[in-house]
Design a protein around this ligand. Structure first.
Ligand code: ADP
Length: 488
């Protein structure tokens, strides 16, 4: 099959969170299984060019409509980890992708609407006829709408669109301007059945457009698909999702097993696998040295996360204090985009400054994230909602036992050591239900006690996690079934 991935992120060249990992891992496995794949991204000024090979112009300049102008747009192509990528680079005063960051600009709806339109112009101009255009999150939501309303008649009549919801809490809610900007008629499209936001009669909800217009809609775990339809996690999209439920599927993400492989990981000091757990101990030693923690018979409890409300920041704070109070060491790696959250963790960092048992690193640091997974014993993921979550899967691959809230993909990938009805070889962590300090302690307490009192059982849990198959092989087969079903 010929599949075009269109997204705002692709690791390692443009990554903010899990979306980047997923676009990379999914594309690589599709290629491995023999399919033709290309990824189209904006040409951000912050692209990690050192991870990009063979960057060169790809064909002639495009002209992409934006309001009443035709903006000139270069397209470049390059290879990222063996995957062919195209980068859309508009040459205009808007500087859409020259802002030093990927998101959080006031004109995000316009910047990404333009990207969707530019991608379709590129496909048309170069005569590409992919079987599937696979779009991700709200940033590329208008692509389904544009394809149906404009580009199908213009010649892009073969491609079908699959749209994946990675984080449906972000929906791209704006005034009518992104529609007008890319040549769509707001008066016709801003209806209850189409793109009108459910809660605001003057706003367009871009993600709603993708759900209405795409041929298939997926989210990143079966449990989250259920949550979207049957709980308040569907937010203002629940009604639309329910109407279109026949095309909604839940496919659990995988992790890229080359990027996240303790046997070959170049970021860690000592490579190891399940047959060499002492090798993990050497990484623990190194992590302690790097972060100024004491050498002691204590487990390291880790948190690696974007620091956002969704991720359960109050519970993270509680986890740090609880772990320290129960004879553990804790490390946190995270970056906050909101000032109050940054301040919350700066405060803990000040309180624990110079501590031999606690270290907080408040920034994005790819290398350190690998070293934490290699050195830690327990990873805490106390999310309030979590469509899939990748850190718990990464942790397991590195022999770290996850303690997670029973929500979304966390519930689909972690099976409780004490209360799961799965076979012993399949249990791999600890879960809790209530997003409260007591709830968290009910799981973290069990994990910590097991580490201290029953090291052999804890070791077995680590191994179960390391042998859990979270590769992309299975998920890609499920995506291919969905693609086959909608293909022309
Ligand atoms: P989300 O996509 O909601 O951020 P996921 O668990 O799906 O959450 O994916 C998070 C990804 O980002 C993982 O690869 C994780 O290791 C990485 N990550 C999160 N915060 C940081 C950070 N501060 N430094 C390095 N990597 C991070």
């Amino acid at each position: 099959m010929y599949i075009t991935q269109v997204a705002a992120e692709c690791a390692p060249v443009a990554k903010v969170g899990g979306l980047g990992d997923v676009v990379q891992g999914l594309s690589r496995e599709l290629v491995r299984q023999g399919h033709q794949v290309e990824v189209i991204l904006p040409k951000y000024d912050g692209l990690r060019l050192e991870r990009l090979e063979d960057l060169q112009p790809a064909g002639e300049e495009l002209r992409v409509p934006f309001y009443d102008q035709w903006l000139p747009c270069r397209v470049e192509s390059g290879r990222v980890d063996g995957i062919r990528c195209f980068f859309i680079d508009p040459d205009s005063d808007h500087g859409f992708y020259r802002r030093g960051r990927i998101y959080s600009e006031v004109d995000d709806p316009g910047r990404f609407a333009f990207f969707s339109r530019a991608v379709l112009e590129f496909l048309l101009k170069t005569g590409r006829q992919p079987d599937i255009i696979h779009c991700h999150d709200w940033h590329t939501a208008l692509l389904s709408v544009l394809r149906w309303e404009i580009h199908k008649a213009a010649g892009l009549d073969r491609a079908r669109v699959c749209h994946t919801l990675h984080n449906p809490a972000y929906q791209g809610i704006a005034g009518e301007y992104p529609l007008r900007a890319v040549g769509l008629d707001p008066a016709r499209l801003m209806t209850r059945e189409r793109l009108l936001d459910q809660d605001n009669p003057h706003a367009v909800n871009l993600l709603k457009g993708a759900i209405v217009y795409a041929n298939a809609v997926t989210t990143v775990s079966p449990r989250h698909a259920w949550e979207l339809l049957h709980t308040d996690q569907g937010l203002r999209l629940r009604e639309t999702l329910y109407t279109h439920r026949h095309k909604l599927h839940g496919v659990l993400n995988g992790i890229d097993e080359d990027t996240w492989n303790p046997r070959t990981d170049p970021h860690i000091v000592h490579n190891y696998g399940p047959e060499d757990l002492p090798g993990k101990a050497r990484n623990k030693q190194h992590l302690r040295r790097r972060l100024g923690l004491a050498e002691a018979a204590k487990p390291i409890i880790a948190i690696v996360s974007r620091l956002e409300r969704q991720k359960g920041v109050e519970l993270m704070r509680h986890a740090i204090h609880y772990a320290l109070g129960n004879g553990c060491q804790t490390v946190l790696l995270g970056s906050a985009s909101e000032p109050w959250i940054e301040e919350l963790f700066q405060e803990i960092a000040r309180q624990t400054e110079g501590s031999a048992d606690c270290h907080l690193t408040l920034r994005y640091d790819e290398g350190l994230s690998h070293q934490i997974h290699a050195g830690a014993d327990i990873l805490v993921v106390p999310s309030l909602y979590e469509p899939c979550g990748l850190t718990q899967m990464i942790a397991m691959r590195y022999g770290v036992v996850p303690v997670v809230r029973r929500v979304g993909g966390l519930a689909d990938s972690v099976f409780d050591a004490n209360y799961s009805d799965r076979a012993f070889e399949e249990v791999n962590g600890f879960l809790f239900d209530d997003p409260t300090p007591a709830g968290l302690e009910s799981a973290l307490g069990r994990a910590i006690r097991l580490w201290f009192r029953y090291p052999e059982y804890f070791r077995q849990l680590r191994l179960n996690g390391m042998y859990t198959d979270n590769s992309w092989v299975g998920p890609v087969r499920q995506y291919l079934d969905i693609f086959e079903a909608i293909k022309a």
